[in-house]
Structure formats: structure tokens, C-alpha cells
Design a protein around this ligand. Structure first.
Ligand SMILES: [Zn+2]
Length: 183
């Protein structure tokens, strides 16, 4: 979507410019949130230029998430594969926006191989996709912030959980590399 289409689709208050942030189209209006987006992308670029490149190629827009949504952020991939482009959405009222953005960019950055590798540990698409996203948030230095907001991710490294049908409940531990080990 080009910038002209975006600016005609949403009515912007005067003075708002639908500029790009580090080359990614951004229709978020809040100046505070735009600063946060810039800061998060800047840190990713500094820590992991390859990941930054991948995010730029996969995310075609950063857009607001409507406040009636229960979530604070989301990566809307158009395909469900690991290559098609998608939109990162972030709630303008999210008080944990740094951690949320890092996690959502983590979804965009996830590579097919690592997803499949983790699926061999534990066969749960939702959980594994969350593990992959948070792995990146930690890798880029946002781990402390993510831990402070357990709603974003409930399985920090070192945590354990039990899963399985009654009679066959198994215990698992999340490793520092965001792999799942049966205990
Ligand atoms: Zn997620």
C-alpha cells in the first residue's frame, strides 16, 4: 500500500504526516508511540542488523490496533507462511508498548527453520509461535521489559508448566534458548 492510499483511507488531523519510520510505513498518529516505535527499531538495528533487514522486508505497515480489541498488539501476516508481508498493529493505549512491539516484531522476524525446530520439542503451534517471538524480544535486549508484563508472554526462560490428558500429565521446562524440554 502506498502512502497516498493510506492518507486517503484514514482521515488524519491536520499536521499529521504518514511518514515512514526506518523505511516502514506507519499510520500510528500518537507522537509518543511513534517515538517508541523508532526507539525499538533502532535498538533492533543496532543489536541485530540481519533481523532488522528481515523485519523491514516483512512488515509493510505499523498501524493502530482498535482499542476494543482485547490484545495490545498483533502481527497480521497475510499468508501464515514465513515470507509474506504483514502489518504490525499496536494499541495506542498500551502502557507496555516497548515490550509489546518487540514481541510483535519478533513474530515478523521468526524464520521457518527455528519454528519447526521448536515444534519438534513440543507440538503446539500457538505456544511455539509465541516462544519464537519472545526469543527475539530477549535477543534484542527487551527481556527485562517483557518479563515485567507477563500478559505478553507467560513462559519466561526457566519457567515450568504441566500439560497433557489426565493420567498422562507431563512436566516441561522452558530453556534459556526458548526451547521446551520435558522434565
Ligand atoms: Zn504473540
Amino acid at each position: 500500500m502506498n502512502e497516498h492510499q493510506i492518507s486517503t483511507k484514514h482521515k488524519k488531523p491536520s499536521g499529521f504526516e504518514n511518514t515512514k519510520i526506518y523505511g516502514i510505513g506507519c499510520s500510528v498518529e500518537s507522537a509518543r508511540l511513534r517515538r517508541v516505535i523508532r526507539l525499538v527499531l533502532k535498538q533492533i538495528r543496532r543489536r541485530a542488523p540481519e533481523d532488522f533487514k528481515r523485519i523491514r522486508s516483512r512488515v509493510n505497515e505499523i498501524a493502530p490496533l482498535s482499542d476494543d480489541s482485547a490484545a495490545v498488539g498483533r502481527f497480521e501476516g497475510s499468508g501464515g507462511d514465513f515470507e509474506t508481508q504483514g502489518i504490525v498493529r499496536i494499541s495506542e493505549s498500551d502502557i507496555s508498548s516497548i515490550a509489546t512491539l518487540a514481541h510483535e516484531f519478533g513474530h515478523a522476524c521468526t524464520r521457518q527453520e527455528e519454528y519447526h525446530r521448536r515444534m519438534m520439542d513440543y507440538d503446539d503451534k500457538q505456544l511455539i509461535s509465541e516462544l519464537c517471538a519472545t526469543f527475539y524480544a530477549y535477543k534484542w535486549g527487551f527481556g527485562r521489559l517483557v518479563r515485567r508484563h507477563p500478559g505478553i508472554f507467560e513462559y519466561p526462560p526457566g519457567s515450568t508448566f504441566e500439560m497433557g490428558p489426565s493420567g498422562d500429565v507431563r512436566r516441561y521446562r522452558v530453556t534459556r534458548g526458548f526451547r521446551i524440554h520435558e522434565m
